[in-house]
Write a new protein. Structure first.
Length: 710
């Protein structure tokens, strides 16, 4: 079926009242750095994954209900946990992670069960060492992080009851069987398309461009948008699109490495992503043209172009998401209409031509001919075992690493919590340690967010679970509800952490009622909520007391790195020579500058959420510097694309901009003096941004220079 093409033009109408800010989500951080990104991302709902996970757990659970053989519950539990470990990605990577989890979980449960009779002095140190290892392996990958978190759950369950050698053997065997059953189901019987996650991520990048264009059209329609509006637009959209591009690139390269070649699908995804990245770069330049107080004619031209461009991007995003071809002829007519009238403004015309050229490539790749494009080539990105496993462990084994601090903190805080729960006993005390370790994150802001989401989701989900348990009057109705809740919980785990916990808690309440008869549903809900609140509070407090990361220091480091990246970017644009390698170099440095800005804003967001850090002078100065660097980067992007970028006038001013950024990045005591030569019209705004940076980061020197000039 051919995807429809919306009309390329439509009558002018008042712009929609939309905000570029608002509550962000994990995939789309939002414009307000001080707000936790706890919004719901409903596009991340994965019903097929939920059904598969529910089936893996439910089949074994129903067999146990029929045979009444308790070891089958261990198998069902292992299958359930293995589904938590499966975060997607290449088949080979998933196979390694799921197999390793199945074997490690079996050894862990059996081994700790055998150690449990030796008492707290033996069990707690061994458990803390395992917790350290499970939290430290996050340096390998997201998949390893997920497996480590789930192994901590296995550890806490295993310490509840001592095992005889025979029981340990049966437990290990059934746990391995459950994990391998879920692996077999996920990778052999019920396989998801290996390229589908990467395809969805690339489609989300194009959707992000669509949102960016829509918000930019809104700004272009305003007579006086103001600097704050453009700052919010940049943080809300440029940050999100750049994050999406890097996520998609990582997923595609993981597929390439796992298959040791670039298939046609991978080549197609890389070309689509490259086209989106180049459109993104040109749109940043268009944003700068609108932000730089243009003439009414340029503003009207830009708005008309953006109004016609947005539906084109939406069509291609939908075609990528649905893996459906487009009507290329209709789309080509719409592309031609989108470029009409741009010739009146040479700079905007060149940017429009670059954008529409990449839209054409995206359209071609969404036709039957485009599906056959690509080919197979050798990939040079394979990583050996040392680079993949040993180097990340060695590089992060320093107290300067947030990952090592996190692992130490988790193991140290877990020791008294484990000792207390093992001393007092109880059917549900393991929830305290699970909450404590899984809530704790390397940074305070992430821990605070996780604690709020886990506590809120637990309370809400617990109430829902208690109500459902009241109406589940028969074993059959309980089993049906458990299966449905399992499907819902797994399908929603990427929507947001709080929403996932809210969906998962009713499942836990019903499971406990089945597996631990004699406890009322409200008792289960109350105990789980109490242990969750206590564990969350301990996790938050420990991030402030044990090896804390003082965010203003992190902000200073990220700011220097961002300044250095922009100095390299400015050098490539302003001082780089001509030639085939120039565009490749500029593209690489544009990407590096964008990533550095994202890292700086992530550090700023964490600082604004850390007690007392938000009002630190270094953080306040970095906030202004961040907005200034966004504008400076946008102006450099204009000079990259616009005809005047090739002009060689005002060479002294070009060198001054580069050297000023370099001096600020290296924290030199003296900054370069301004040249006496004329700067030229194309560099006026760029020099102004460099002056603003100097005034923000070196206020004393800026005042002295102004007095000397006066």
């Amino acid at each position: 079926m051919t995807a429809p093409v919306p009309p390329a033009s439509r009558p002018d109408r008042p712009p929609r009242r939309r905000r570029s800010g608002g509550r962000g989500s994990l995939g789309w951080p939002g414009a307000d750095l001080a707000r936790l990104p706890v919004g719901l991302d409903l596009t991340a709902l994965r019903l097929a994954e939920g059904v598969r996970a529910g089936f893996a757990f439910g089949v074994v659970f129903l067999i146990d209900a029929w045979l009444q053989w308790p070891p089958l519950l261990i198998m069902a539990f292992a299958a359930n946990l293995a589904c938590f470990c499966d975060t997607g990605g290449p088949t080979r990577v998933r196979l390694r992670v799921l197999t390793a989890f199945s074997l490690a979980g079996a050894v862990l449960w059996a081994g700790l069960g055998l150690l449990r009779p030796l008492g707290i002095p033996v069990a707690v140190p061994v458990a803390c060492a395992v917790i350290f290892a499970c939290t430290y392996i996050r340096v390998w990958s997201v998949q390893a992080q997920a497996a480590g978190n789930v192994l901590i759950v296995v550890l806490c369950i295993a310490l509840e009851r001592p095992l005889t050698p025979e029981q340990a053997a049966v437990t290990a065997l059934m746990f391995t069987a459950g994990g391998l059953w879920a692996t077999f189901l996920a990778l052999v019987v019920w396989r998801l398309h290996p390229y589908r996650p990467a395809q969805r991520t690339v489609a989300e990048v194009w959707r992000g461009l669509t949102r960016l264009v829509g918000d930019l059209e809104r700004l272009a329609a305003l007579s006086e948008p103001g600097a704050e509006a453009f700052d919010g637009h940049a943080r809300a959209h440029r940050r999100g699109v750049r994050t999406g591009i890097e996520t998609a690139r990582a997923m595609i390269l993981d597929l390439v490495r796992s298959r040791e070649r670039v298939s046609q699908r991978a080549a197609q995804a890389l070309l689509r992503l490259e086209s989106a990245e180049q459109i993104f770069s040109a749109l940043i330049a268009v944003t700068e043209l609108i932000d730089s107080r243009p003439t009414p004619e340029r503003r009207a031209l830009a708005r008309a172009f953006l109004r016609r461009l947005r539906p084109l991007l939406a069509v291609i995003a939908r075609a990528i998401r649905d893996d459906a071809p487009v009507d290329r002829d209709r789309l080509e007519r719409a592309i031609v209409r989108a470029g009409e009238g741009l010739g009146a403004d040479p700079t905007l015309a060149r940017l429009g031509e670059a954008i529409l050229g990449r839209v054409r490539i995206g359209a071609k790749l969404s036709t039957p001919e485009g599906y056959r494009a690509g080919g197979t080539v050798t990939d040079g990105h394979r990583l050996d075992r040392r680079s993949r496993y040993l180097e990340p462990l060695a590089q992060n084994f320093t107290l300067a690493s947030p990952n090592l601090r996190h692992a130490l903190r988790a193991s140290v805080v877990s020791a008294p919590a484990l000792a207390a729960t093992l001393w007092f006993g109880g059917a549900f005390t393991h929830w305290l340690v699970i909450t404590l370790v899984l809530t704790m994150q390397p940074f305070y802001a992430a821990t605070w967010q996780r604690a709020l989401e886990r506590i809120g989701g637990t309370v809400l989900g617990g109430v829902v679970g208690a109500v459902l348990a009241y109406y589940a009057a028969t074993p059959l109705s309980e089993a049906a509800m458990i299966l449905v809740l399992s499907v819902v919980g797994f399908a929603a785990r990427q929507v947001s952490y709080g929403f996932f916990v809210a969906c998962l808690t009713p499942l836990i309440v019903l499971l406990v009622e089945v597996l631990e008869p004699g406890h009322s549903s409200w008792e289960i809900v109350g105990l789980r909520a109490a242990f969750t609140v206590l564990g969350g509070l301990i996790a938050v407090a420990s991030c402030l007391v044990l090896w804390p990361i003082w965010e203003p220091d992190e902000v200073r480091r990220e700011l220097r790195r961002t300044l250095a990246a922009h100095a390299d970017f400015a050098e490539a644009v302003l001082l780089g020579g001509a030639g085939e390698g120039r565009e490749t170099l500029i593209a690489a440095r544009t990407r590096a500058a964008g990533l550095a800005l994202n890292d700086l804003e992530a550090a700023l967001s964490r600082a604004l959420q850390q007690p007392r850090a938000g009002h630190h002078p270094a953080v306040e100065a970095a906030m202004v510097a961040d907005a200034t660097l966004r504008r400076l980067s946008a102006r450099l992007t204009v000079l990259r694309h616009a005809p005047e970028a090739a002009a060689r006038e005002a060479a002294a001013w070009r060198a001054w901009v580069v050297e000023t950024l370099r001096a600020l990045a290296e924290d030199r005591p003296e900054l370069p003096e301004k040249p006496e030569a004329a700067r030229g019209q194309s560099l006026t705004r760029l020099v102004g941004q460099a002056d603003l940076l100097t005034g923000t980061l070196r206020p004393g020197q800026a005042r002295a220079a102004a007095l000397a000039a006066g």
